[in-house]
Design a protein around this ligand. Structure first.
Ligand code: NAD
Length: 370
């Protein structure tokens, strides 16, 4: 039987509450579908700091590196606001991204029909929306050197950030985007600022060459990133897969995300390069939201972002496409029935807590899988 090794890092605040609902789905899939998941669990963020004095222990890093996929909850909270910078909760997530070399960040923006009215855009613009933003995560201006603030001695200071991209970085992120497009509507829109940035010129060239060499069957379009931002709020349904750099991706994925409603709904995946021997990619799946200290411990957090992150894990790490489709459909059906956590509550709907939402989705998933 296939074994699939999952390493669970629930983290802090609402992280463990949301992860508990995913654990029930894993247990069901093992019992009824012989899915063969083995799970191990570690500490990250404030929880790891309290236990080990670090945002993630070396032992847990080893487990993360050897797992087929890492499921991550959320980290942080006021309790750890004053801990040293190197061991702050977020350092655990950054360490994981760095050591697992997770260079591709996938953020879907899906608008469930039942939530179209909750968008800040007109329902007809967002209903049925299904975009995937592929953001380069380990290069660009967030990491480029020099990165300094210099005192110029005349009452002025000078701040420098450096936008750097090498050919291989653009080639590998655009390859991920093209590959994913083939599993969707087969269209990629690449966004950069080639009109004012050299990195944009190279980005455009390398994406074009990669397309020509390996992915000519996929439809490729180029758009300036500022025009892309405008198009995302004007007519978002025109896009299928968008590929862009770290900085533009950071902003554009947040814009796209908010087209679809609450933070409690948004999953994400971060992928590394395929292993030369096994072809498997290192991968980490996490909700976009944080640890929500304001509602932690009350049993009212929306577990959908965490459950949808697990659906991404089924799809991208284990190629369990039918199961991922069913789990996403289960979420849509539960929303159609008017079941809502507080963050997405609307008139005429029934308000439930974390456990009830998780169980409603599991029940629906079981029905769809029967
Ligand atoms: P947050 O995402 O935790 O919360 C923002 C708001 O959205 C809060 O009002 C919260 O109650 C609500 N919210 C978030 N997720 C929800 C859910 N699933 N269900 C219902 N409501 C939800 O962001 P924040 O308040 O800026 O940060 C809180 C802590 O989380 C900080 O310590 C921050 O550093 C950390 N953080 C961690 C991550 C991560 O682990 N990847 C990401 C962002 C923030």
């Amino acid at each position: 039987m296939t074994t699939r090794n999952l390493f669970l890092l629930p983290g802090d605040g609402i992280g463990p509450e949301a992860m508990a609902e995913v654990r029930k789905i894993i247990a069901y899939m093992n019992e009824e579908m012989a899915a063969g998941f083995t799970t191990d669990e570690g500490l990250v963020g404030g929880a790891a700091y309290d236990a080990h004095g670090a945002a993630i222990s070396e032992a847990d890093m080893v487990k993360a590196l050897s797992a087929d996929a890492v499921l991550f909850g959320a980290v942080g909270g006021p309790k750890w606001d004053d801990v040293a910078y190197e061991v702050r909760p977020e350092a655990g997530l950054l360490r994981l991204r760095k050591d697992l070399e997770l260079f591709a960040n996938l953020r879907p923006a899906i608008c469930y029909p039942a939530l179209a009215n909750a968008s800040s855009l007109k329902p007809e613009l967002v209903e049925g929306l299904d975009i995937l933003i592929v953001r380069e995560l380990t290069g660009g201006v967030y990491f480029g050197e020099p990165k300094t603030i210099t005192d110029l001695g005349n009452g002025q200071k000078r701040a420098i950030d450096t936008q750097v991209y090498d050919t291989y970085e653009i080639e590998r992120i655009s390859s991920v985007a093209f590959e994913l497009a083939r599993t969707r509507q087969n269209r990629v829109c690449s966004m950069e600022k080639r009109n004012v940035m050299k990195s944009g010129v190279l980005w455009n060239q390398v994406v074009t060459e990669t397309h020509k060499a390996k992915f000519a069957d996929v439809k490729l379009e180029h758009m300036l990133a500022d025009a892309g931002g405008m198009q995302l709020v004007r007519a978002p349904k025109q896009f299928d897969v968008i590929v862009t750099d770290n900085l533009f991706g950071d902003m554009l994925s947040d814009v796209a995300a908010m087209l679809t409603g609450s933070l409690g709904m948004l999953p994400s995946a971060s992928l590394g390069a395929p292993d030369a021997k096994t072809g498997k990619r290192k991968a980490l799946y996490e909700p976009v939201h944080g640890s929500a200290p304001d509602i932690a411990g009350q049993g009212i957090a929306n577990p959908i972002a965490m459950i949808a992150s697990f659906a991404m894990c089924l799809r991208y790490s284990f190629n369990m496409i039918a199961e991922a489709d069913r789990l996403e459909k289960a979420i849509a059906n539960v929303l159609d029935k008017g079941i809502r956590t507080g963050d997405i509550m609307a008139d005429g709907c029934r308000k439930v807590g974390t456990t009830e939402m998780g169980e409603a989705i599991l029940t629906e998933f079981k029905t769809l899988s029967a």
